[in-house]
Design a protein around this ligand. Structure first.
Ligand code: FES
Length: 647
């Protein structure tokens, strides 16, 4: 007779085990990560699983609750004292009695939504770098003069199999007190990321410690976003954001690099500012998530190269000029304390690798999240900011570049442009007959031509045009014939509509009369043309490197991508032709990548490996970048056809 088959979900790992095998042991043997702090004493409750009942024909397995042992005395005691949710079992106590389909609950469901559009809800399988291990340590014995630390190590080796454990130096003086306070029972936090050659004891508590947290943080040039996550359940305890205080040293990245170059203390001041903001944000997520700073044991950071360098205290000057040399491109491991991050004294800190001088750890985060290197199809991943970070590839080959789009897409350098915020125009339509516009503003669920629009807008008013709406308005102007393929506003239309009027030597379009008066000028249209041509030229170069003339799927990362309508992005020739159903906004994919690296150390190796293999293209060095750029200025552009655009 063959042994029963056990299938673990969601990983799909399976194996045969003799009757009586604890489910936790079966999981361990298959490399399925199931948490356990108490080491199978049925006291921590972290090893919970669920059994699925039914005939899983696809897997040739019939699973039944009869195939799992009934609750024994230890499990019953746990249920009485701590309570077990309906259907949950402690996998350290329950044993295999027949074929089973076992669900390992994954509490991390990330909604990558940034603003409104739900992108991908995903489940991250956990295998964190930090593990909590409860042990009972032998008491000292005059006949065996072995130190307390040595006996702790022995207990961790005997019960948990840890060999050659190192200990964080700050714990050594505290060790004896903690062991005695816990009456020789302690919980050790072990950090065992493969990047660090030997596992480390990084924290120690008397008795059973049943919770530990991590933070995943994305340092953007404008905003810093953070998630606080339980490392034991994967539950997202809190998410929050704050503006990057470095803005006071310079609005965009290059002005911050100049600030460092011009001011002897510039680098230090900006490093201090961003670390203070991060510490403030940690306080905020801890308060919201009802957690303690001291319970944070692991931190993962992503950032663009300049933010990455400034955060780590590295002078970013080299990144401001060719050849854009990064001080370090590989992933880094720190003690969080060493760079002034106020969490547990033994907490670790990991930064994702940077891809290239202008394609940072944030792009690596997005790449990990969306995984072009995991696809059979050709995926284009773009993160649009003042610099567009572009990644194109599939499982065979991935190439990456950045393109200097400038700030136009973010609403800067556009008359009436502003960042996405309440009061900003976000959607625009122009009637091709009358050339009259209508629009919607963020936070109001009505079009401007509906009767009670002004009332609905209320005191906030209409304040400006955000980046996504600038795309739409220029695209709508093109679709209604107000601007030509070359992007010129047709002055002759001024005879037909007062919306088009002479404005110096060129013509402008009046989007809204009133306070503030919002006008799209010829200069605005040019700024958008330049930005979109730069983006397209970068994309096209990568397509040429890949030898493809179309892409199968497009992913927009970042806030900008969450707002824009793919159809308009294509009308303007921002992105290459693609089935519109395959164009998706994925929200803060960099942050999702950081979370994946926090919750599963295998994802760290995965992205380090992927980044190592990505071919980096420097657009400035490509001789025909300029020619593509010029051809891409037209609407949609003169580079490629757009069969998916049924205009
Ligand atoms: Fe702690 Fe099962 S491992 S309760």
């Amino acid at each position: 007779i063959t042994d029963p088959l056990v299938l673990f979900m969601p990983s799909g790992k399976r194996g045969r085990f003799p009757i009586g095998t604890p489910i936790l042991d079966a999981a361990r043997q298959l490399g399925v990560y199931v948490e356990s702090v108490c080491g199978g004493r049925a006291t921590c409750g972290r090893c919970q699983i669920e059994v699925q009942e039914g005939n899983f024909a696809k897997h040739k397995i019939v699973s039944s609750l009869e195939h799992i042992s009934p609750k024994g005395p230890k499990e019953e005691r746990y249920e009485r004292v701590r309570g077990l949710p309906e259907g949950r079992r402690l996998s350290c106590s329950a044993t295999v009695q027949g074929d089973l389909v076992v669900d390992v609950p994954q509490d991390t469901v990330i909604n990558a939504q940034v603003v409104r559009k739900a992108a991908s809800d995903r489940v991250i399988e956990r295998n964190p770098a930090i593990q909590l291990c409860y042990v009972e340590v032998e008491e000292p014995d005059m006949h065996k003069p072995l130190g307390d630390l040595d006996r702790l190590r022995l207990a961790l080796e005997k019960e948990w199999g840890w060999k050659n454990l190192l200990i964080a130096p700050h714990l050594v003086p505290q060790l004896q007190g903690i062991l005695r306070k816990g009456n020789w029972a302690v919980t050790a936090a072990i950090h065992r990321d493969a990047g660090a050659s030997r596992p480390f004891i990084v924290a120690l508590w008397p008795g059973l410690k049943n919770e530990a947290y991590g933070i995943a943080c994305d340092i953007g040039s404008t905003t810093i976003a953070m998630h606080l996550v339980s490392l034991l359940s994967g539950r997202v305890a809190a998410s929050s954001g704050t503006s990057n205080p470095q803005i006071r040293f310079g609005e965009d990245l290059m002005s911050r690099v100049s600030y460092v170059m011009m001011n002897p203390d510039g680098r230090e001041a900006m490093t201090k500012a961003v670390r203070e903001a991060v510490n403030g944000l940690i306080g905020k997520v801890c308060e919201e998530g009802n957690a303690n700073r001291d319970d944070i044991l692991d931190c993962v950071f992503v950032a663009n190269p300049i933010m990455h360098h400034l955060f780590l205290g590295i002078d970013p000057t080299e990144l401001g000029q060719a050849p854009f040399a990064l001080a370090v491109s590989s992933a880094l491991q720190y003690w969080a304390h060493d760079i002034d991050i106020e969490v547990n004294r033994g907490a670790r800190l990991y930064t994702l690798p940077c891809i290239a001088g202008h394609v940072g750890a944030d792009a690596a985060g997005a790449t990990l999240s969306e995984g072009p290197y995991r696809q059979d199809k050709m995926m284009l991943l773009v993160d649009v900011g003042t610099n567009a970070e572009i990644v194109l590839g599939n499982r065979n080959r991935v190439v990456a570049a950045s393109s200097p789009t400038g700030p136009a897409f973010e609403g800067a350098e556009i008359s009436g442009g502003q960042r996405a915020a309440p009061g900003a125009i976000e959607r625009v339509r122009i009637d091709p007959e009358t050339l009259e516009p209508k629009f919607r503003v963020i936070g109001v669920d009505k079009w401007s031509d509906e009767p009670d629009f002004e009332e609905a807008v209320g005191a906030v008013g209409v304040t400006g045009i955000c980046g996504s709406a600038i795309i739409e308005v220029v695209a709508e102007m093109y679709l209604s014939g107000i601007i030509s393929e070359d992007g010129v506003i047709d002055g002759e239309l001024s005879a037909r509509s007062p919306r088009i009027f002479q404005d110096g030597r060129t013509y402008s379009y009046l989007l809204r009369d009133g306070e503030p008066r919002l006008v799209i000028t010829q200069r605005d249209v040019r700024a958008i043309q330049l930005a979109k041509a730069a983006l397209y030229a970068g994309v096209k170069l990568l397509m040429e490197k890949q030898g493809v003339d179309h892409v199968d799927m497009i992913r927009f990362a970042g806030a900008f991508g969450s707002f824009i309508d793919p159809k308009y992005a294509m009308v303007l020739g921002l992105i290459p032709d693609c089935d519109l159903a395959e164009v998706k906004a994925v929200g803060n994919a960099s942050g999702t990548g950081a979370m994946m690296a926090l919750l599963n150390r295998d994802h760290r190796r995965e992205i380090e490996d992927a980044v190592h293999r990505i071919e980096k293209i420097e657009t400035a060095l490509e001789p025909h970048f300029q020619q593509i750029f010029i051809d891409a200025m037209a609407l949609p552009n003169k580079v490629d056809p757009f069969p998916n655009l049924a205009l």
